[in-house]
Ligand binder design. Structure first.
Ligand SMILES: Cc1ncc(COP(=O)(O)O)c(C=O)c1O
Length: 372
């Protein structure tokens, strides 16, 4: 019986793609680091929704929050929670800002992730779209956009489609002046930009170093090389979590301050393990290799006459094509899974750690023949 079930599972799994094939070019997830997988297994039965039963696991979550806080220049007053990913972190940030302000309008840039559409639908929030300039938020328009009803402004550090960084410093200054909650969605960029800054690739600031920043989403299950699901929401002040606190009589701590009830402690353990193991040097190395692959692809593609949408700021590029949707389908049929932005007419490629340089030449050749 057991063997039969396992066989059935193997059959289903064999239909899946794997990151180790290297042909997944449109995902922000990657193969988790082996130490994260080991830690995940060790903590498989733990539940952070009931920390009274798992105080050791709760300590690990607190350490993860502290480590990521220190990576993102969070002040002593900071607090946070592990989440299931960028969507939950973004929903929670908006939930907190709505509760704190009693207002319902959220200003997001054009390139914001669709999780904000979900947040708007769930919480009855009114989304006001901030126009973009060269695919990033136009900070000059923000001052005018903020109104008496604004609960929150959202900036993106590592946009989903192009990996670009919004002008967080200018946006932060305006939000501080207008006393509006400013959430930075660094679900993708949170484990990239700090290392790019360290290596001198960028001078842009995006985290709590910027005074007006109230909260940040960052996903260990993307460039952090942890397991799915692993997200983190950080808040400048830990007491802001109190506004979403609910009585949870059936748990041993009797209070919960998170969107989810039962939460996987295994994700906290996995994230802790990979962060401790890789450390700053290890992540710098990962990011350096991803950036080298990005630069190599840029060179190969431009040599073949392709044009990039914009100069890449992180390990993500957009390549202009006609009929982007059709091109993506054709590439998919021959095994290359790319992202696509049909509205702006480009193919999106994310150079995650599993995307090896040696496959890029092969991809560019296939891409060229599909396009011509
Ligand atoms: C900028 C950004 N925010 C949020 C998300 C949502 O993350 P998740 O799919 O982990 O919920 C993504 C996903 O790609 C993203 O790129």
């Amino acid at each position: 019986m057991k063997e039969k079930i396992i066989e059935e599972l193997k059959k289903a799994r064999s239909k899946d793609l794997t990151f180790s094939s290297g042909r997944i070019l449109g995902s922000m997830c990657t193969r988790p680091h082996p130490i994260a997988v080991k830690a995940y297994r060790m903590f498989i039965e733990t539940n952070l929704g009931d920390p009274g039963l798992f105080p050791g696991t709760k300590e690990i979550e607190d350490r993860v929050i502290k480590m990521i806080g220190s990576m993102l220049h969070a002040p002593e007053s900071m607090g946070g929670r592990m989440t299931s990913g960028g969507t939950e972190s973004n929903l929670t940030a908006l939930w907190i800002s709505k509760k704190m302000s009693g207002k319902r309008e959220v200003i997001v840039s054009e390139s914001a992730h669709f999780s904000f559409v979900k947040a708007s639908s769930l919480m009855g929030l009114k989304i006001k779209v901030l126009p973009s300039k060269n695919y990033v938020a136009d900070a000059e328009m923000l001052r005018k956009a903020i109104s008496r009803d604004t609960a929150c402004v959202v900036g993106i550090a590592g946009t989903t489609n192009l990996g670009l960084i919004d002008p967080i410093e200018e946006m932060g200054e305006i939000c501080e002046e207008k006393d509006v909650f400013f959430h930075v969605d660094a679900a993708f960029g949170g484990f990239v930009i700090p290392f790019l800054q360290e290596m001198g690739y960028t001078k842009k600031k995006f985290d709590f170093e910027v005074n007006g920043v109230s909260s940040i989403s960052v996903d260990p299950h993307k460039m952090g090389m942890s397991v799915i699901p692993s997200g983190v929401l950080l808040l400048r002040k830990r007491e802001w979590l109190d506004v979403i606190s609910v009585e949870s009589a059936c748990t041993h701590t009797r209070k919960q301050m998170s969107l989810l009830g039962t939460r996987p402690g295994a994700s906290a353990a996995a994230t802790y393990a990979v962060m401790k193991y890789l450390g700053k040097e290890g992540y710098m190395d990962v990011v350096k290799r991803c950036m080298a692959a990005t630069a190599y692809a840029e060179k190969k593609l431009t040599e073949e006459g392709f044009e990039l949408v914009v100069k890449p700021e992180t390990n993500l590029i957009g390549v202009k094509v006609k009929d982007a949707g059709k091109i993506a389908e054709k590439l998919s049929a021959i095994g290359w899974k790319v992202g696509v932005d049909e509205e702006n007419g480009f193919i999106r490629i994310v150079f995650m750690p599993h995307v090896k340089k040696r496959l890029i030449g092969e991809f560019v050749k296939d891409f060229k023949s599909v396009v011509s």
